[in-house]
Design a protein around this ligand. Sequence first.
Ligand code: PRP
Ligand code: URA
Length: 210
Amino acid sequence: MLSVSTHPLIAHDLTLLRDRQTKPDAFRRALHRISQLLATEATVHLDLKGRSVRTPLEEADGWHLEHPVILVPVLRAGLGMIDAFLDIIPEAHVGHIGLYRNEDTLQPVEYYSKYPDALAAADVFILDPMLATGGSAAAAANILKRQGARRLRLITLVAAPEGVRMMEEMHPDIVIHTASLDHGLNEKGYIVPGLGDAGDRIFGTGSAGA
Ligand code: PRP
Ligand code: URA
């Protein structure tokens, strides 16, 4: 299932991210703001468990999250989203998956992974701003499922229909939250209109796909 945000602040900041003139500092700050809003939208389903609490006056009904939350940014670009998610869910634990796309084949290459133990019991959020061919997101989901993850969501900023299709075929159980569903991919596998190479734009490396 695909959920495309209609939040006006997300539309506003996404335009800043798309603008080729936006420098890494402003890019990181806008990505942080959008990620906070996406985190809010993507967590409305979380299960709660009752827990009573004593106010200064009397006993009151209260709630806490039923399941632990694990956030998994896909390196590098997912790092631009992690602090915003931790702002919203401070008790979350964090795993990391390192993947890069081979520029010729567009296939993901895994170079790092480390995650908390409780994957099977947790609500797991994969963070990666770009869903292009879908290869990286599908690989990240495979890695996490092999380690026992069962309740997964994918949070992206910009998605291409090709990537959404791959995820729906390989991981129909995973809900995808995105700020935008763009037109498609160009001949180099970049999302159009997109925002270029997210990692390069966050960290000021390379030519960002231009
Ligand atoms: C980008 C992006 C995704 C991937 C999406 O990472 O952050 O992980 O490309 O493309 P796909 O859907 O076709 O797999 P990239 O490979 O550029 O690595 P980087 O973040 O380290 O620059
Ligand atoms: N990865 C990016 O960072 N941007 C794209 O447009 C496609 C893949």
